[in-house]
Ligand binder design. Structure first.
Ligand code: ZN
Length: 251
């Protein structure tokens, strides 16, 4: 089975379209949350996501935009985007986003895999450093956890008493590329496919991953997308302009 892993699309339709076009063949799509928030195409991205996938985990921006979470923990820019998103979503999409499941979510037919937005212990926790990853890695019984939330492509693993982090290394800054990671049978992994629509690891390209369960390989991908079109929509929607300009830097 080949599982396409999408996370943190953040209402960036151009990035989602480019990721789908660049993706190799797959059998199913898993979506790790933050479908909306920041970007200017929440309805298009919600509708497309609903058509494409069956397995979803909710993200904090999905909760904020649908009123499931108050905005106290959001910076002013994120809060402004959440309010704009709430006002822009159709009642149908708003309802669908509000009903998305809390992680961890299991994947039918794959008892060794769990899906979360933040961390296995707390859906809103950021797993950024190896230190953040240690507690879940030590306590996990599940060999493979896919997560999002940090917008940093890569992950962490534990094998016996050793643990480390990894980031895919790419050769270019503007082309479509992929980097494979062969998983080991006796290790535990936390893997982030990266953010499709709001990367924060210094690489502006849309990030996603594909997990090939037969080969036990994760293929990390980056692909360029129509950045200007995504930015123009944000300006036209009168969202905070920084949400558009920061896309160019991937920060
Ligand atoms: Zn996010």
């Amino acid at each position: 089975m080949r599982i396409l892993l999408l996370s943190d699309i953040h209402a960036n339709l151009e990035a989602l379209d480019a990721a789908l076009a660049a993706a190799p063949s797959f059998d199913t799509i898993v979506n790790l949350g933050d479908i909306v928030g920041y970007g200017a195409s929440p309805n298009e991205v919600a509708s497309r996501s609903r058509e494409l996938g069956k397995v979803f985990v909710r993200g904090n921006h999905d909760k904020a935009a649908t009123g499931l979470m108050d905005l106290d923990d959001f910076n002013p820019m994120a809060a402004a985007a959440a309010i704009w998103t709430r006002d822009t979503l159709t009642p149908e999409n708003l309802h669908w986003l509000r009903e998305l499941p809390h992680g961890p979510v299991s994947l039918p037919d794959f008892p060794d895999i769990q899906l979360v937005h933040g961390s296995p212990n707390d859906e809103d926790e950021y797993v950024v450093s190896l230190g953040d990853a240690l507690a879940p890695l030590i306590t996990l019984t599940m060999p493979l956890t896919f997560f999002g939330h940090t917008h940093l492509q890569g992950g962490f693993f534990a094998n016996g008493s050793s643990a480390d982090g990894f980031r895919p290394e790419y050769r270019t800054v503007g082309q479509a590329e992929s980097v494979p990671l062969q998983l080991k049978a006796n290790a535990r992994y936390l893997i982030n496919p990266g953010s499709v629509g709001q990367p924060r690891d210094g690489d502006w390209r849309a990030a996603f991953a594909l997990y090939d369960s037969e080969a036990n390989v994760v293929h990390f991908h980056r692909t360029p997308y129509n950045l200007k079109a995504a930015q123009d929509r944000i300006f036209a929607a009168k969202l905070p302009p920084r949400l558009a300009t920061r896309l160019a830097a991937g920060r």
